[in-house]
Ligand binder design. Structure first.
Ligand SMILES: [Zn+2]
Ligand SMILES: [Zn+2]
Length: 221
C-alpha cells in the first residue's frame, strides 16, 4: 500500500491530467493520493473546485482515496495563515505549504508561518528547518515531509534526524510532476531506508502517520 499526499497535475506544472494522475496512482498500488497543485491567492478557487470534482468522481468508482488539496507556493509568509484558511473554506481537504528548501529562494519565515497555521497539514521539503521549528511541528501536529523529489530530497536525512529529535511526525511524499515520479512500495521503502531511520520509524512514516492524517480528513469526520 502506498500513501502520497503531495502531487501535481496539469492544473499547475504537472504533466498528467488530474484524472490520469489518480488512475496511474491506482496502478501503482496507492491507497490514497492527494492532488496538491501549486496555487497562490488568485488561483485557489479555480484549482480547488476542479480538483474536488475529479477526486469525488474517482472515489465513487475506483478503490482509491483521492484527496483534493493544494500546495501554497511562494505565498508571502505573512499571508500563509489567511490563505490556508481560505483554501480550507473553498474545499481543500489538505493544505501543503511549499517550504524553505535549499534549492529555491523561498521567503525566509515560510516554515515558521506554516507551522503556526492551524489550517496547514504538511510542511513540504522544509530543508532549512531549525530544531525549534521541528519542536513546534511536534506540538502542533503538522507533518514534516520527506521528499522523493530531485533536489528537495537532499535534506531528507537532516529532516528525519531533526524530527526524531523533536518528536515531530513525518510523511513521505512524491511531489510527483509526471507518472515516473509516482511512488511504488519499493521506492518508498528505499527512500525511507536512506534517511537513516530504523525499521520501526520507517513503518511509522509509511503506514501509521498516513492513517493519522486520513482519520482527520473531512470525509472521515
Ligand atoms: Zn513544493
Ligand atoms: Zn510540490
Amino acid at each position: 500500500m502506498v500513501y502520497d499526499f503531495h502531487t501535481h497535475t496539469s492544473l499547475s506544472d504537472g504533466v498528467l491530467s488530474p484524472m490520469e494522475l489518480i488512475k496511474r496512482a491506482l496502478e501503482n498500488n496507492y491507497k490514497a493520493v492527494a492532488l496538491t497543485d501549486h496555487a497562490a491567492i488568485g488561483s485557489l478557487g479555480r484549482i480547488i473546485k476542479e480538483t474536488a470534482e475529479v477526486c469525488a468522481l474517482a472515489r465513487s468508482y475506483w478503490n482509491i482515496l483521492a484527496i483534493p488539496g493544494i500546495e501554497l507556493t511562494h505565498v508571502p509568509a505573512q499571508a500563509i495563515a489567511e490563505t490556508a484558511k481560505k483554501a480550507k473554506e473553498l474545499g481543500a481537504w489538505i493544505v501543503v505549504v511549499h517550504g524553505e528548501t535549499i534549492i529555491e529562494p523561498v521567503e525566509k519565515g515560510t516554515n515558521l508561518a506554516a507551522l503556526h497555521s492551524p489550517h496547514v497539514d504538511i510542511l513540504a521539503h522544509p530543508g532549512l528547518l531549525s530544531l525549534e521549528e521541528a519542536e513546534l511541528a511536534a506540538t502542533t501536529g503538522i507533518f514534516l515531509e520527506i521528499s522523493a523529489r530531485k533536489g528537495h530530497c537532499l535534506t531528507n536525512g537532516y529532516i528525519a534526524s531533526l524530527a526524531q529529535q523533536a518528536g515531530a511526525k513525518l510523511l513521505l511524499s512524491s511531489d510527483a510532476h509526471s507518472e515516473e515520479d509516482l511512488l511504488t512500495t519499493s521506492l518508498a521503502d528505499a527512500i525511507m531506508h536512506g534517511t537513516g531511520l530504523d525499521y520501526a520509524a520507517c513503518h511509522q512514516v509509511l503506514s501509521t502517520n498516513p492513517q493519522i492524517l486520513i482519520k482527520d480528513l473531512p470525509s472521515h469526520c
